[in-house]
Design a protein around this ligand. Structure first.
Ligand code: PAF
Length: 281
């Protein structure tokens, strides 16, 4: 695996390829990331992953400084998964000057859910992904693989690619889960042993939310989300949202929306760790 530290080195490494496939990450890789790399591999003629902890998508009180950086282990895992090129720019390479040009996604999509609780998050994500796309796929176009675990992020990126007519195909990867059902996430590493046992309650809450939404008469559906929030609070969580949305636009589901077109999304804090998950149904 070739490691490119600068944009110039990356472009040189990719010069002879026609269709790169790209998996952007912030490192601290787990099996979910590695599954995305394996999924990416047959989709092009060179597989590229990036590791870059993007300051622009963290709020001042969030975990940018403490975000786990596990370089050696990440490289070993990528190498084993058959990644060909790792792009790991230093901050001064990707942001040599303050990044004053930014990509501001449509507020209708980006200011709700995650964007409501983490203002500016999707501007930070869109801006860095646009820049990473320019570095990795700018010469050829190609394919980019994003996990469904970050459901709204995937949607924002899809819209960005479509609106800017980028020559990039966005492919979604399924969420990887631990044996008990907890969605794999770099932030799971913050959980204490006790919290780790409790953490599966978020995915269970989403399953129950989906089931109760389907079982409820249309007039009773407004009570389903508050009940789910209360149940999680009673277990000691501080939920930001647990909600049933339409997959197409992430707007609240209505009586007209049928099973098969919906997604239950949740974000909640357990101790000091904020976890997110979702379930299509
Ligand atoms: O999902 C992530 O890890 C990040 O948001 C991404 C897409 C790598 C941008 O920094």
């Amino acid at each position: 695996m070739l490691i490119a530290r600068s944009i110039a080195d990356l472009r040189q490494a990719l010069a002879s390829y026609r269709h790169p496939t790209f998996v952007p990450t912030m490192g601290n890789l787990h099996d979910g990331h590695i599954a995305l790399v394996r999924q990416a591999k047959p989709l092009g003629d060179v597989t590229v992953a990036s590791i870059f902890v993007n300051r622009l998508q963290f709020l001042p009180h969030e975990d940018f400084d403490s975000y786990p950086r596990t370089w050696e282990a990440d490289c070993a895992q990528l190498q084993a998964a058959g990644c060909d090129v790792l792009f790991a720019p230093r901050e001064a390479d990707l942001y040599p000057q303050p990044q004053t040009f930014k990509v501001h996604p449509d507020a209708a999509l980006a200011d709700m859910l995650e964007g409501h609780f983490r203002p500016g998050f999707f501007t930070g994500v869109s801006t860095v992904v646009m820049k990473l796309f320019a570095c990795v796929l700018g010469q050829t176009g190609g394919t980019a693989v994003f996990g469904k675990k970050d459901y709204q992020q995937l949607m924002v990126i899809r819209h960005m690619v479509q609106q800017f007519a980028l020559p990039i195909e966005v492919v979604a990867g399924e969420t990887c889960r631990a044996a008990d059902g907890l969605a794999l996430s770099s932030r799971n590493g913050y959980l204490s042993l006790e919290e780790r046992q409790e953490a599966v309650a978020l995915s269970q809450a989403l399953k129950q939310l989906a089931q109760q939404w389907l079982n409820a008469a249309p007039n009773d559906r407004s009570a389903v989300e508050p009940r789910a929030l209360d149940a999680l609070r009673a277990r000691g969580w501080a939920p930001d949202y647990l909600t049933v949305r339409r997959r197409a636009d992430l707007l609240p589901a209505t009586a007209a929306d049928a099973a098969g077109s919906l997604v239950a999304l949740g974000a909640a804090r357990l101790g000091s760790t904020r976890l997110i998950d979702n379930l299509e149904f």
